[in-house]
Design a protein around this ligand. Structure first.
Ligand SMILES: [Zn+2]
Length: 539
């Protein structure tokens, strides 16, 4: 009996007075460029520690609030925030780091406190992400931070993730959850694929039928175009107010939203709403199946050009992004070859086939160049999928290389900016294991975490000037076989962790074995948020 009492007393002491020793580990994902453990004492974060931020700077105030929230999630500690430049032992957030890279940051932990200094508020935010990920998830009274100096900056300025909300719609709350996931992985660009054959998802005030009709399909094919349908209507769209709310939510997390209006193909959502925009005049139906439709915008109709001008102008009004994505992929020329209006346009423009391009490819190029002018007129820049190379590249276009690396290589050699997003490595709708029969139905392919991690965005055959044209890396989640957002989480996590080290960390620091050892700590953060991550390489 006496022994039991003693044992209980001992356990009580351990529980209350000796909180679990923290295992702070600065080797987070993505791995920082430099981590120099310093001699001497570190700093102990406890209930009384304050987070200090620059007075009068709303972004820094919000950064402080993020850090406070993250620390509470990990440890249960609720730190107070204060606008001040100094003040005892604290976590001080400030800008002013001199660096060529605006997202660079440094963290210094010493007995005096913790300082996170960024080259900008965004840099401070990434310092906060690193600090957050280095602190283990465990309810504690104190966190003992070893003395360290970390200095870090991203390898690529454009670090993207694409989400297709057209094949399957996601709610505003899910999109916000997606943005939180991006922030955790230092991703700074959310490419939002908003329109498709299977649904138009963004309100355009001048064309209300786009959402009244184009956002709804009557049912969806079962499996891979089996000819059987589920009988369940599917739809949804974002009002312009909701889209603006998403843009603001992302901006608070230093994420830019690049909207994509896919044209001139992948347009059945629009054609079903406004049949006069097609070569045949319809009737058209919002597609119930997957694939590439022959029904695309008619190039012979002046209304088509008016339509995309109006749509892009409303889109640029909602989205402040420097980049506007106009798609340009997978546009069959079948109808253009047969359409009198399209052929008349080819004749009036004097477009001729040569050994490289057909007249219809030149027509597409004419259309893309037109879209680029609309975008440039508002001071923005156009991105398109690598098909925009066909028929001649629009003058200032940035190319998203998805059919492997060759489109990106060709564009870089032509002095165009390139974002690498090859379907060989970075299509997260692909299976993530060879044992496809044990997985939910996917589009195909096999891109496990290790393969994603192995991706090298800089082709060896490019010279230094051409290499500097590779501005970034992106992974894509197409959602034909991703029926809901829980499933989207499963497809992107933890592959996004592998992606973010490709995007952020210097290539000489990449080491897959080390990555696997560091992953469980990140997964503890996934667990806090109940993210539905895949368990092929981590439990
Ligand atoms: Zn036509």
């Amino acid at each position: 009996m006496k022994k039991t009492v003693l044992l209980f007393a001992a356990m009580f002491c351990i529980a209350v007075f000796q909180p679990k020793a923290s295992n702070v580990d600065y080797q987070v994902i993505p791995i920082p460029e430099r981590i120099d453990i310093q001699r001497g004492e570190g700093f102990v974060i406890s209930k009384g520690t304050k987070i200090l931020y620059t007075a009068g700077n709303e972004k820094m105030k919000r950064n402080a609030a993020f850090l406070s929230e993250y620390l509470k999630e990990n440890t249960g500690l609720q730190l107070k925030m204060k606008a001040a430049k100094s003040g005892g032992k604290a976590i001080l957030l400030k800008t002013g780091l001199v660096s060529k890279n605006s997202e660079a940051y440094e963290i210094e932990v010493s007995a005096k406190g913790i300082v996170i200094i960024g080259a900008s508020e965004a840099g401070v935010f990434y310092g906060i992400q690193t600090l957050r990920k280095s602190i283990p998830v465990a309810k504690v009274q104190k966190v003992k931070m070893p003395a360290v100096k970390i200095s870090d900056a991203p390898a690529f300025a454009y670090r993207g993730m694409m989400l297709d909300v057209s094949r399957h719609f996601c709610t505003v709350d899910s999109v916000k959850r997606w943005i939180d996931m991006l922030a955790l992985h230092n991703v700074n660009t959310f490419h939002w694929h908003l329109t498709e054959d299977q649904g138009w998802r963004i309100e355009i005030k001048k064309y209300p039928r786009l959402t009244e009709i184009g956002s709804k399909r009557t049912e969806t094919v079962i499996g891979r175009n089996t000819g059987k349908y589920d009988g369940k209507p599917h739809g949804g769209f974002y009002t312009q107010a909701e889209a603006r709310e998403i843009v603001a939510y992302a901006a608070q997390r230093y994420i830019n939203v690049v909207p994509e209006i896919d044209m001139p193909g992948h347009m059945l959502g629009a054609l079903a709403s406004y049949p006069e925009l097609g070569c045949t005049g319809g009737p058209y139906q919002v597609w119930r199946q997957w694939g590439v439709s022959d029904d695309v915008l008619c190039m012979g109709n002046d209304k088509t050009f008016e339509f995309i001008t109006d749509v892009l102008n409303e889109i640029m009004d909602i989205f402040p992004s420097k980049y506007i994505h106009i798609g340009g992929d997978e546009c069959p020329k079948t109808n253009w070859k047969k359409c009198e209006k399209c052929q008349a346009r080819i004749a009036s423009l004097g477009l001729k086939a040569d050994e490289h391009h057909s007249a219809e490819e030149r027509l597409q190029s004419y259309f893309i160049s037109y879209a680029e002018k609309v975008v440039n007129k508002k001071g923005r820049r156009m991105i398109g999928w690598d098909e925009i190379l066909e028929g001649g590249l629009a003058p200032d276009a940035t190319v998203m290389s998805w059919r492997g690396m060759s489109g990106g290589i060709a564009a870089a050699k032509m002095d165009h900016d390139v974002i690498m997003t090859p379907n060989s490595h970075l299509y997260f709708d692909h299976y993530q294991t060879k044992e496809a029969n044990t997985e939910p139905l996917a589009i195909g392919g096999n891109s496990p975490v290790e393969k994603v991690y192995s991706f090298n965005p800089i082709p060896a055959e490019l010279n230094a000037a051409q290499r500097s044209r590779i501005i970034g890396v992106q992974a894509n989640l197409w959602t034909e076989y991703v029926p809901n957002f829980r499933h989207a989480e499963y497809m992107v996590l933890p592959r996004m962790a592998a992606l973010c080290e490709v995007q952020w960390s210097p290539s000489y620091k990449k080491d897959y074995e080390s990555f696997l050892k560091r992953l469980p700590m990140l997964v503890e953060v996934y667990k806090i948020h109940n993210y539905n991550y895949a368990k092929h390489v981590v439990k």
